[in-house]
Design a protein around this ligand. Structure first.
Ligand SMILES: Cc1cc2nc3c(=O)[nH]c(=O)nc-3n(C[C@H](O)[C@H](O)[C@H](O)COP(=O)(O)OP(=O)(O)OC[C@H]3O[C@@H](n4cnc5c(N)ncnc54)[C@H](O)[C@@H]3O)c2cc1C
Length: 387
């Protein structure tokens, strides 16, 4: 029995989760502090993820993947994330790059890029620019017809796994006058002439991940296009619908890690002759943490289950991302408080978690953008019901 609610996993999902737990505890957790201190990308972690088939976990078997459900994938990311937030973020970046290909790629594109991903040659999702994050329709990168192909020009920014990934789904305007309805997506290989990555972000947290720019000025053939011309913003939003469930899993993992550190400390640490958990100010904090982490976990697993059944997760995924990321924020904050001065100083795990969690409320749609999505859904529901 655990205090925090546990999902009932079938035998298969439980097998993957157990493997994630042993890798997370034995291989990734011991590295986490050094990666954070040195801001180093963990190629040895990628090797382990490839060797144990986690880079292809969700990908169809016909393209070399393991063909597992989103629920199983969520269980793996959450479990690994409870030991190393950066590794969970890398797994999410892999998924985010795979989705446009899964949703709109041709069989040839899927066969090539998804197989590459299973071997650790990932694809990154390159939508954001310095001037366009939340407002993705405002991107300025352009793609214009040149001969049989397309000349793509522009600079993308904040690319998760940037520089470490071999391939990039680059979103560019093909009809600037049409705004968000004039965006198309193209596969770019970082080894092609005309592709430059020359800036890595110096980040507050998840410092074992790599986040970069991507400058492009090159011609690609029309066969590099993913999906229909001018329809790629929709493709990006469909991708983010699933990506948000993955970030929710990352958030849940971080919250579980913070809870583990905080609860153990509250029992072990004595002041005035008693464990600090005996003070209601501390014990009630842990009670609230366990309650909201359980609620967040139920929401996350339900979102994954609905996705696996082919249901619409546009609202549920937004809620799961919004709620779990804010629960992770509070869990990390409480963990620092419970650890006191030790929690404020490096190299304490909770000090790292406090910084690692902050991105969860920003990327793949900030908390404000999730609330915007949900407010629009509420309005639509009311208007649709109006007589
Ligand atoms: C580590 C990291 C990894 C990332 N990975 C990727 C990636 O792999 N691929 C990719 O394409 N992008 C990636 N991003 C970019 C990320 O998705 C954006 O930073 C995010 O969407 C926010 O955009 P912005 O930074 O431009 O902030 P802005 O859009 O400028 O927003 C600033 C603030 O204003 C709020 N705001 C904006 N509009 C509204 C509104 N209408 N109503 C209320 N509040 C609003 C926002 O919530 C935010 O608090 C990454 C970013 C980071 C930091």
């Amino acid at each position: 029995m655990t205090v925090i609610w546990k999902p009932q996993l079938d035998e298969n999902a439980a097998k993957w989760q157990a493997l994630a737990e042993s890798l997370g505890r034995e291989r990734f957790a011991p590295l986490a502090g050094d990666l954070d201190r040195d801001q180093r990308y963990p190629w040895e972690t990628i090797e382990a993820l490839v060797a144990h088939k986690f880079t292809g976990l969700f990908l169809p078997q016909q393209y070399g993947g393991e063909g597992q459900s989103l629920l199983t994938t969520v269980a793996a990311v959450e479990t690994i994330g409870s030991h190393c937030a950066s590794t969970a973020a890398i797994m999410c970046a892999y998924q985010l790059g795979a989705f446009p290909i899964l949703l709109a790629g041709t069989p040839t594109q899927k066969d090539f890029y998804l197989r590459e991903m299973t071997q650790g040659r990932a694809t990154s999702f390159a939508l954001s620019e310095r001037i366009a994050g939340s407002d993705a329709g405002a991107i300025e990168a352009s793609a214009v017809r040149e001969g049989e192909g397309w000349r793509i020009r522009g600079e993308k920014y904040w690319i998760g796994n940037g520089g470490a990934s071999r391939y990039y789904v680059v979103f560019a305007k093909t009809d600037p006058a049409a705004g968000g309805r004039g965006i198309s997506a193209f596969m770019v290989d970082k080894e092609q002439p005309g592709v430059v990555i020359d800036e890595l972000c110096d980040k507050m947290g998840i410092r074992g991940t790599q986040t970069s720019n991507l400058k492009v000025d090159l011609v690609v053939s029309d066969s590099a296009r993913i999906g229909d011309v001018n329809r790629a913003l929709r493709l990006a939003l469909q991708t983010l619908n699933v990506g948000r469930i993955m970030v929710s899993a990352q958030s849940l993992g971080l919250a579980l890690g913070a809870y583990r550190e905080a609860s153990r400390r509250a029992v072990a640490r004595q002041t005035f002759g008693h464990p600090i958990i005996e003070n209601q100010g501390i014990g009630f904090r842990l009670a609230d943490m366990a309650t909201e982490i359980s609620a967040a976990r139920m929401m996350l697993y339900e979102a994954a289950r609905v996705y696996d059944c082919g249901g619409d997760v546009s609202s549920l995924g937004a809620m799961a991302k919004l709620f779990t990321s804010e629960v992770a924020h509070r869990a990390a904050d409480n963990a620092v408080q419970i650890w006191g001065g030790m929690g404020y100083c490096k190299p304490n795990v909770v000090e790292r978690l406090y910084r690692d969690q902050r991105i969860l409320e920003i990327y793949e749609g900030s908390s404000e953008i999730q609330r915007l999505v949900l407010a629009r859904a509420v309005r639509k529901e009311v208007e649709d019901q109006a007589p």
